[in-house]
Write a protein that binds this ligand. Structure first.
Ligand SMILES: NC(=O)c1ccc[n+]([C@@H]2O[C@H](COP(=O)([O-])OP(=O)(O)OC[C@H]3O[C@@H](n4cnc5c(N)ncnc54)[C@H](OP(=O)(O)O)[C@@H]3O)[C@@H](O)[C@H]2O)c1
Length: 316
């Protein structure tokens, strides 16, 4: 019996369905001279978000895995908006590269105004990284945990900072919750939806732990669902999945410009200046699924993430 089922409230499901169709709130505030960090900005939501922040004058530091795409994006942004774009190359399927990115950020002399953890992957087949961790868990969750953890002191020392996880309503697909005893998927049947849901659930559970860590500081941390939008997510999978995506998902998907609009609002609006530890659907507050609110699981995940992310193999 799934222990979380009895905790479901239909009103929360109805709210999610309603929020999925809504338009995100907009914010037009200028961000000239402020530094914004975005992971996975070479495509989709990250790309549109980098454009929007740059168009409002922010300097952007992009953490991407592809050098050629990063260089093109840097030129595009700097020429279009007369701001400064820098990038750092890190493939999150390598723990050492995640740590290198975290170290670089921790050493920055400038404050980070907004940190957007956006990079993500969707796999229909079980894959392990060179660190022997299931890839979706490492890229979508563990990378954001390691970077946030290593930035705690820097961010707490700043006048203010906002951290945003680009999470997903897909966390709901991990219906039975996060299986900490089977992160390698040897006992459960692996599916794309379940592994994606598990990684996004882990990120939400860590959100609540980090919110406690940042209590009393000027750092806020929130997660958001960026809408169901047309991007390259899942294009790394086989022909069958891509056919399904192109014919069944893409035609109903919205523009990632809406996701960028929501991420700009959450990053700069005064209305959410003090909001922390919350989950938004676009820009509307929402209650996540019960399994993503399990405090005991959040505590066990914290310990496990420290072991997985900071064990001997992860050290630089
Ligand atoms: N699209 C949606 O409807 C939707 C809905 C809910 C949540 N999301 C979330 O939104 C975020 C952005 O996804 P998207 O839809 O914009 O997909 P996307 O177009 O595929 O963009 C994903 C970004 O992540 C980067 N990335 C992938 N694997 C990486 C790795 N190993 N190391 C570093 N960077 C990596 C990609 O780099 P490359 O350009 O090199 O591939 C790309 O920049 C993800 O966290 C996703 O889960 C999306």
């Amino acid at each position: 019996m799934n222990p979380y089922l009895k905790e479901y409230e239909w009103a929360n499901i109805a709210a999610m369905l309603r929020n999925n169709k809504a338009e995100p709130k907009q914010e037009s505030k200028d961000l000239r001279g402020k530094l914004v960090v975005i992971t996975g900005a070479t495509s989709g939501i990250g790309y549109e978000t980098a454009h929007l922040y740059a168009s409002r004058g922010a300097d952007v530091l992009l953490i991407n895995r592809n050098k050629e795409k990063s260089e093109l994006l840097k030129q595009e942004l700097e020429q279009t908006y007369q701001m400064q774009c820098t990038y750092f190359i890190a493939d999150f399927s390598h723990l050492k590269e995640i740590h290198a990115a975290a170290e670089m950020l921790a050493q920055l002399p400038t404050p980070i105004e907004v940190l957007i953890h956006n990079a993500g992957v969707y796999n229909t087949k079980l894959r392990f990284t060179d660190d022997d961790i299931e890839e979706v868990f490492q890229v979508n969750y563990l990378a954001s945990f390691i970077i946030t953890y290593r930035l705690m002191e820097k961010l707490k020392g700043q006048e203010k900072a906002r951290i945003i996880y680009v999470n997903s309503e897909g966390h709901r697909f991990a219906l039975a919750g996060l299986k900490l005893d089977d992160l390698r998927w040897q006992k459960q049947h692996y599916t794309g939806l379940k592994s994606y849901g598990s990684a996004k659930t882990a990120q939400l559970l860590s959100l609540f732990s980090f919110a406690k860590v940042f209590e009393g500081s000027a750092v806020t941390i929130n997660a958001m669902h960026p809408g169901d939008v047309k991007t390259n997510m899942g294009e790394n999978n086989g022909k069958l999945y891509r056919f399904f995506k192109h014919h069944m998902i893409n035609p109903k998907s919205r523009s990632p410009k809406l996701s960028a609009q929501a991420l700009y609002y959450l990053g700069v609006s005064d209305e959410v200046r003090e909001t922390t530890g919350e989950f938004f659907n676009f820009t509307t507050l929402e209650t996540p699924a019960p399994h993503a609110l399990d405090q005991g699981m959040a505590e066990r995940l914290w310990e496990r993430s420290l072991k997985m992310g900071f064990g001997a193999a992860a050290r630089i």
